[in-house]
Design a protein around this ligand. Structure first.
Ligand code: HEC
Length: 371
C-alpha cells in the first residue's frame, strides 16, 4: 500500500527545505511534548507542537529581498502565509483521506526527499491509474511571477491548483462536497480550522487556502549557493582575478577611457540575470567595500533615490532576456536618465551612467555615458 496513514506522518521532522522553524535555536521547542493547548483528540492522531512552527516569520537571506525576487512573489492579499494556516495545509497534504479510497495523499507523489516530486516518469493515482504527466517538484512555487501552475499553466492561481488533484479522476478522485465531508470528519479539523481561520467551519475554499499556504512555505534558502552569495563576498570571491574578471576589466577600461572612477557614477545598469550579480558586481568594481552591498540593498541605497542606484530600468526583469539587445536597452535607459526624461524611475541629478553586460565566452561590455 502506498498511501500514508495520517497517524504515521512525521510532522515533527524538520523539513530542511521548508521554512518551518525559527532560525534562532533558542526558539526550538521539544516537539515530542505537545503543549496542553493541543486537544487530546488531535494529539492522539497527530504529533503537533503546542505552538505552531514558524512558517511566516522566517528571515530569508538578503538576495530574496531584492526587488527582482520580491516582484515574483505570487502570494495573494487574501491568503497571506500564517503559521496556523500552513500547519493545517501541511496536515492536509499528508492526509490520505483526501483520496477516494484513502490510499493517496498529496505527499504520495510529492515526496519531500525528492524535492517534493518523485523519481517516476508517471505517478500512480488512488486506483492504480497513471497521471498524464510527470509530477512536478514544489519548491519556491511562491516565486513565480505570473502565479500560474501545472506544466501547461492551466491553473490561474495556486489556490485554484491545489483543489485540482483532489478532483482529478486518476489522482485522488473526490468531489469538493466529498472532500469537505471527509475533512470535517477528521479528528483534527475543528481545532486546526479554528486556529487557522477563527472558527471550526470547513469549506473547500479554506482547504485550498491552507494547502496553498503550505506549498508557498516550501522555499529553498539554505543551499550552498545561498550560503555563498550574500555573506561577505570578500571571503568567497578571492582578490585579484575573479570569476567575473572580464566584466571587471571592461568596467575598468571604460572608466580609464572616460577618465572617471566609481565615485563619479550616478547610476548603474548592470547584468542582473542572477541576483548574485547585483550583490557581487558593485563590490568587484569598487563601488563599495567587499561585503557591503548586502547592507546597501537592505537600506534601500540601490533604489533610484539612494546613493548607489542600480538598474532603475528594472533590469533583466523588464528587458526579458539577456541578449545583446539588452546592452542597447541599457544605453537607452542611461540616455533617458541623463536627459532627466526617466519619469518615475528618474535618478535625481544623474550626470554619469555606467552600463554593463556579460555574454558567453568572456565577452563583456561596459559603456560610460556622461551628460
Ligand atoms: C497521483 C500523483 C499526484 C498527487 C496525489 C498529487 N499530485 Fe500534484 N502533481 C502531479 C502531477 C502529475 C503534476 C503535473 C500535472 C500537469 O501539469 O498536468 C502535479 C503538479 C502539481 C503542482 C504544480 C507545480 C507547478 O510548479 O506548476 C502543485 C503545486 C501540486 N501538484 C500540488 C499538489 C497538491 C497540493 C496535492 C494534494 C492536494 C497534489 N499535488 C496531489 C501529481 C500528483
Amino acid at each position: 500500500m502506498r498511501g500514508l496513514k495520517l497517524c504515521s506522518v512525521a510532522l515533527t521532522a524538520l523539513v530542511s527545505l521548508t521554512a518551518c522553524e525559527g532560525s534562532d535555536p533558542g526558539e526550538a521547542r521539544d516537539p515530542a511534548a505537545p503543549a496542553d493547548s493541543v486537544p487530546e483528540e488531535v494529539a492522539s492522531v497527530l504529533d503537533l507542537p503546542g505552538t505552531p512552527y514558524s512558517y511566516a516569520g522566517v528571515t530569508l537571506p538578503a538576495h530574496f529581498n531584492t526587488p527582482l525576487v520580491r516582484d515574483m512573489d505570487n502570494t495573494p492579499s487574501d491568503n497571506p502565509l500564517t503559521d496556523e494556516g500552513a500547519t493545517l495545509g501541511r496536515v492536509l497534504f499528508y492526509d490520505a483521506a483526501l483520496s477516494a479510497n484513502r490510499t493517496v495523499a498529496c505527499a504520495s507523489c510529492h515526496i519531500q526527499e525528492q524535492a517534493f516530486s518523485d523519481n517516476l516518469k508517471l505517478s500512480e493515482g488512488f486506483d492504480g491509474g497513471l497521471t498524464g504527466r510527470n509530477t512536478m517538484p514544489m519548491i519556491d512555487s511562491r516565486y513565480y511571477r505570473n502565479g500560474r501552475f501545472f506544466w501547461d499553466e492551466r491553473a490561474d492561481t495556486l489556490e485554484e491548483q491545489v483543489l485540482m488533484p483532489i478532483q482529478n479522476e486518476v489522482e485522488m478522485g473526490l468531489t469538493l462536497d466529498e472532500l469537505v465531508e471527509r475533512v470535517s470528519a477528521a479528528p483534527y479539523a475543528p481545532y486546526l480550522f479554528e486556529q487557522a481561520f477563527g472558527d471550526e467551519q470547513v469549506t473547500s475554499d479554506r482547504i485550498s487556502k491552507a494547502l496553498a499556504q503550505f506549498v508557498r512555505a516550501i522555499v529553498s534558502y539554505r543551499s550552498r549557493f545561498d550560503d555563498g552569495v550574500p555573506k561577505g563576498l570578500a571571503t568567497v570571491v578571492p582578490p585579484g582575478i575573479t570569476h567575473h574578471s572580464e566584466a571587471a576589466d571592461a568596467v575598468r577600461k571604460a572608466f580609464g577611457e572616460a577618465g572617471i572612477g566609481p565615485r563619479d557614477v550616478s547610476l548603474v545598469e548592470l547584468q542582473d540575470n542572477t541576483v548574485y550579480y547585483e550583490l557581487a558586481f558593485p563590490e568587484e568594481w569598487g563601488f563599495c567595500q567587499p561585503g557591503e552591498s548586502e547592507s546597501l540593498l537592505e537600506r534601500g541605497e540601490t533604489t533610484p533615490t539612494g546613493t548607489l542606484p542600480i538598474n532603475p530600468s528594472g533590469g533583466f526583469l523588464c528587458f526579458g532576456e539577456a541578449t545583446t539587445a539588452m546592452g542597447v536597452f541599457q544605453v537607452c535607459e542611461l540616455a533617458w536618465q541623463l536627459r532627466g526624461q526617466a519619469g518615475g524611475r528618474q535618478v535625481p541629478g544623474a550626470k554619469v551612467g555606467l552600463a554593463q553586460t556579460l555574454g558567453l565566452g568572456a565577452n563583456a561590455t561596459a559603456v560610460v555615458l556622461e551628460r
